[in-house]
Design a protein around this ligand. Structure first.
Ligand code: 13P
Length: 246
């Protein structure tokens, strides 16, 4: 039986003190069952302080660089993240792909580097509205998944969390229907089966992301191939975040 994993992706919102307050308040009201992993992916400047107050929540980074160290101004290494106890990192988010020109090769390098250091990658994939409307979603996602898992061993592949996030549903209020989300998440599980075998595809966790809210999360998570959610806007307020975990 696969666990559910719900992660709030804060993107570039909140200050350090707001983040610490948020975590304290959420943790004082939170009861996480054994079958759920819950967390937040916060801007890197807050990771250290937030990590110190988080006892129940997973604290994830939103990005990292794949090189161990060097002249890479503005980047954050995996060693730096490990040193403050961060063990989850979002990679390949569509905003990083589109705005910061990250390509599949870079995302594969990040995936490999994180797995080598025993951190959990939350690997995002998903198509644009144009790709969706031209009926090419599965092809598109297959390329992203195949490239991201290049040279990843079978044992390591099991540790990756995949987040399927159709770009047209991110921050638009336009949520993919549970049927569409299920269809693509099932397809992703089949892709993993083809790349490895059932021992990987049966255990790998697949999240859906894109306009998930307390009001629609239950229906999305009730789909057989969806094991969690990556949530932007609705993870920023304490009540709404707690509503997602109910
Ligand atoms: P929204 O939930 O705001 O649509 O954002 C989704 C997302 O991009 C999470 O990574």
């Amino acid at each position: 039986m696969r666990k559910n994993i719900i992660i709030g992706n804060w993107k570039m919102f909140k200050t350090n003190s707001e983040a610490v307050e948020f975590v304290k308040e959420v943790e004082s009201k939170l009861n996480i069952g054994d079958n759920l992993t819950a967390g937040i992916a916060v801007p890197s400047v807050m990771l250290s302080d937030v990590k110190k107050v988080a006892k129940k929540l997973i604290i994830s980074a939103q990005n990292c660089f794949f090189e161990a160290e060097g002249a890479f101004t503005g980047e954050i290494s995996i060693k730096m993240l490990k040193n403050i106890g961060v063990d989850h990192v979002v990679i390949g988010h569509s905003e990083r792909r589109d705005i910061f020109c990250e390509n599949d090769e870079m995302i594969n390098k990040k995936n490999l580097a994180l797995l080598k250091e025993n951190l959990t990658p939350i690997l995002c994939c998903g198509e644009s509205l144009e790709t969706y409307e031209s009926g090419k979603t599965k092809e598109w996602v297959k390329k992203q998944i195949t490239e991201a898992f290049k040279n990843v061993s079978k044992e390591d592949a099991k540790k990756v969390v995949i987040a399927y996030e159709p770009i047209w549903a991110i921050g638009t209020g336009k949520v993919a229907t549970p049927e569409i989300a299920q269809d693509i998440c099932k397809e992703i599980r089949m892709m993993i089966k083809d790349l490895y075998d059932e021992s990987v595809s049966d255990v790998i966790l697949i999240q859906y992301g894109g306009s998930v809210k307390p009001e629609n999360i239950k229906e999305i998570l009730s789909q057989p191939d969806i094991d969690g959610a990556l949530v932007g806007g609705a993870s920023l307020q304490v009540d709404s975040y707690l509503g997602l975990l109910k």
